[in-house]
Ligand binder design. Structure first.
Ligand code: 6PG
Length: 243
């Protein structure tokens, strides 16, 4: 078992995104090294965060040139496709800031290039694995995170850092970081909002100490070995008022 799971509950998705924007900005203001490496997530809750960050009061406070962005997962579509995680992040965030960013070429199944990129750009290692300063995740209402979906092969990957994962329930395959990389990170923040997530959040919190192997709810396999783990929830997802 890795890090303790800390939960923070906010009134709604806007308050959640604002709290994450505040914490992200404070982290970059206190940077003692560069690049500060961040894996971005797809999904509607992270999108709110990206849109906030490119506006005041955050825009001029974040040390964008010291931040380097990567992705936690990508759909098998080109970057200009409406479903592309990179495309969403580009429009909401990357087009507006001077940070370096590296998309996953999932439509070409090109895991090797991404693994090489992680190896070259992220120099810190934990048990031989690149250490992200921050991984942002979302969670689907089936408990998937990144593109680690229930019952899929990537959940059992213990060696490779990046894989293509067949997702039969969506009739597709996606590129995703694996548990070894996610769990080597210094910080993992999961952004989870909306009443549709409430049942699975409750189930996950009840099973957090004994999630199964592989976990039926893939987000429960994300337990950084030495880093922090925070779930940012809104009241609707938490089923409890803001704390
Ligand atoms: C993706 C994501 C995925 C997402 C969740 C939650 O490519 O779909 O990376 O893991 O974060 O599905 O999405 P919402 O925030 O939109 O519910």
């Amino acid at each position: 078992m890795g890090a303790r799971l800390e939960t923070k509950v906010f009134e709604d998705a806007d308050a959640l995104a604002t709290a994450v924007a505040d914490e992200f900005t404070a982290l970059t203001e206190g940077l003692t090294h560069a690049p500060f490496t961040v894996a971005l997530s797809g999904g509607s809750t992270p999108k709110k965060l990206y849109e906030l960050l490119v506006n005041e009061p955050y825009r001029d406070r974040v040390r964008w040139k010291d931040v380097e962005f990567f992705f936690g997962d990508e759909r098998s579509v080109p970057p200009d496709h409406p479903d592309s995680n990179y495309g969403m992040a580009k429009r909401a965030l990357l087009d507006h800031v001077p940070s370096k960013a590296h998309r996953m070429a999932a439509e070409q199944d090109d895991v090797k290039t991404y693994a090489r990129l992680l190896s070259e750009r992220i120099t810190e290692r934990r048990d031989g694995i690149p250490v992200f300063d921050l991984v942002l995740l979302g969670m689907g209402d089936d408990g998937h995170t990144a593109s680690l979906f229930p019952g899929t092969a990537a959940l059992a990957e213990g060696r490779r850092w990046v894989v293509m994962n067949d997702v039969p329930q969506l009739h597709t395959r996606r590129m995703t970081l694996t548990y070894p990389v996610l769990n080597a990170a210094d910080r993992v923040w999961a952004l989870i909002a909306g009443a549709g997530k409430r049942a699975v959040v409750a189930e996950c919190l009840a099973k957090a100490a004994d999630p199964g192997d592989p976990p039926a709810r893939p987000i429960l396999g994300v337990r950084p070995t030495a880093g922090e783990l925070v779930w940012f929830l809104d009241a609707a997802a938490a089923g409890s008022p803001a704390s």
